[in-house]
Design a protein around this ligand. Structure first.
Ligand SMILES: [Zn+2]
Length: 402
């Protein structure tokens, strides 16, 4: 493993200086937030093309030219094995706002109580949880990971998005309260997809995951990136939840939105646009759950690991109680990403309560992600781990909804 990377890195490092000259001519600066342990690496790689603006609590704000982002994304995947790896901000103020995450929207999102976390819907939840079928999740992971890639730019990423929209539309075709829509993004090809089950109230519950995949080494829209775990598993887990709620003609009290975000791998771009538009429209989102990588049990004595950063304390504990009640025998715990490692961070940045239940501790996660080797075989060719997340997510929605 090391060797290959080393070799590739050598190629990139030798190419990087060329990049420094090429980019200088016509690129614009953008602001990103990144884990400070990647700061030195970025400065060494991009020299004058990157400038440290500020660092606090392990997070660094950098000014970097836009053309460097695909390189950085690739190097973050290669050298830090990070999903996403950094967050792109609109401007310096937006980036600094994240740094001061101990005040304003994030603090509010982290510590405030946004909903009634009573668990009292056993009669409704138990029979539905028992209907979760790992083979359904497996079938959808198999299909989604059969696309050459689901990259946010290019044909394959558009085709995979169309497939998800069709699949979700087929499941809810007989529901009069359901809509399945694209959320287009002007800066790239792949649209996000939002399935809405309209409830009696406009309070919103979001269950989402990113649909895009990436292969860390170059090739972008023509690279082989099956992304079976990252993140066909999350989308397939969400799909199973939609199927069961529909098969049981579940009538939501609140409005439930299922989301397949585009462009997570290159800076959480899709979820950022969506969460910002919800904030701007004053949508009252009472809870967000992110499912990103649910099908590799890397930590032997733990099944579900909730990230503590960029998430809501009360909702995390609520999810823990949900697991204890409705997914008996499953062990759960906590860990920290250290950076905005997935789309929950976009919602958190807008002051909304989010949770990110993950497949393993960060150090034990599936290290085949962002390569052509992120296939189902790594998870033993089954979806039994992801099925645990489907039960948890189903119970989370119904209990939060009532
Ligand atoms: Zn991911």
């Amino acid at each position: 493993m090391k060797t290959l990377n080393g070799l590739l890195l050598a190629v990139v490092m030798t190419a990087a200086p060329a990049f420094q000259t090429i980019a200088a001519e016509n690129s614009k600066d953008v602001y990103i937030s990144i884990d400070s342990d990647a700061l030195k690496f970025s400065q060494k790689t991009f020299k004058s093309r990157v400038q440290e603006i500020s660092t606090q609590d392990g997070i660094s704000i950098l000014k970097i030219d836009e053309d460097a982002l695909p390189w950085l994304s690739m190097l973050m995947h290669k050298n830090f094995n990070r999903c996403g790896g950094f967050m792109v901000h609109d401007d310096e103020a937006d980036a600094m706002n994240l740094l001061h995450s101990q005040d304003g929207a994030q603090l509010f999102a982290k510590n405030n109580t946004f909903a009634d976390y009573t668990i009292n819907q056993e009669e409704l939840v138990k029979p539905m949880v028992e209907q979760v079928k790992a083979e359904n999740i497996l079938a959808n992971i198999t299909k989604l990971s059969s696309f050459k890639n689901r990259y946010y730019k290019g044909e394959f990423g558009k085709q995979s998005a169309a497939y998800i929209k069709e699949m979700w539309s087929a499941i809810v075709k007989n529901r009069t309260d359901a809509t399945v829509e694209y959320f287009p993004h002007s800066q790239w090809d792949q649209p996000s997809i939002i399935l809405t089950l309209k409830g009696k109230s406009d309070d919103v519950i979001v269950l989402g995951g990113h649909q895009d995949s990436i292969n860390g080494s170059f090739g972008g829209s023509s690279a082989t990136a099956p992304g079976a775990d990252d993140n066909a598993s999350g989308i397939s887990t969400i799909t199973e939840v939609v199927r069961i709620l529909t098969d049981n003609s579940y009538q939501p009290q609140k409005t439930i939105k299922f989301m397949a975000y585009a462009a997570e791998e290159v800076g959480l771009l899709g979820s950022k646009e969506i969460s910002k538009s919800f904030k701007a429209a004053n949508v009252n989102v009472i809870g967000v759950m992110q499912l990103d990588m649910t099908n590799f049990q890397g930590t032997k004595d733990l099944d579900i690991v909730m990230m503590t950063d960029y998430t809501n304390v009360q909702q995390n504990n609520f999810v823990g109680s949900i697991i204890d009640k409705y997914v008996p025998g499953i062990k759960w715990g906590f860990d920290k990403c250290g950076y905005g490692c997935s789309d929950h961070a976009s919602w958190n940045a807008q002051g909304y309560p989010a949770s990110m239940p993950f497949e393993a501790k960060m150090d034990d996660m599936n290290h085949n992600i962002h390569t052509a080797k992120d296939t189902l075989s790594v998870s033993g060719g089954n979806a039994s781990h992801a099925a645990k997340f489907a039960k948890m997510a189903l119970a989370y929605i119904v209990e939060l909804d009532r």
